[in-house]
Design a protein around this ligand. Sequence first.
Ligand SMILES: [Zn+2]
Length: 255
Amino acid sequence: MPLEIEQFMARSDNFCVLVHNPESHSTICIDAPEEGPILAALERTGWNLTHILITHHHGDHVEALKPLKHRFTPKVTGPRGEAGKIDGLDELVGDGDAISICDEPIEIIETPGHTAGHICYFFPKSKLLFAADTLFAMGCGRLFEKSPADMQKSFDRLAALPDDTEVYCGHEYTLANARFAITVDPDNEALRQRLRTVEAQRQAGEMTLPTTIGLEKQTNPYFRTSDPALKNALGMVDASPAEVFAEIRARKDRF
Ligand SMILES: [Zn+2]
């Protein structure tokens, strides 16, 4: 039986996701942004929280960890590299580790950039990626703790996943990212089309995620740092992928 997924908003623009295994009756919460919406989602679905997977130490991803632990006693897994900054982790994981939650294999991919120890969770059997604040639809997380070159390497890791991997991200930044992306990749027809789709989705009050690795490789400028048309539009035909990545991120910071 396939996993069931409940995606909902928390705080102002955080996404939160519950992943439910109907055979084992286990339920994983990806990050813990806010207790109220998570409790409401558990109530709505009738699922019992058994696991929490934490991606990085920022408050808008861990704030509800303590109250949820107190209420449900889930097992909490999180990044070894940020263990000192997150209270309540039961299991520490790092790059290349493989864990299993009720027969669902999960691989840990370390993606330094947004924070130094940020990890993504890849479910190879179900082809799901929980990318939090590393990869957004047509965007990437702000670089608080590592360099553009580090984040570019992190993106290379994610680009190697199967194109049909469904990607869940930490925030609803899709429309703003699309409006920026078109300024650095103006001749990308797939991107123009996606911008129109996303505008319609937001107007209708719909969520724009999940996305897929394949769609991001076509429309996310941070995945397209070797693309001749994008490099030409930036006036950087001879630049390395890391240099192009840094330029796009710097422009986005000023956008
Ligand atoms: Zn963050």
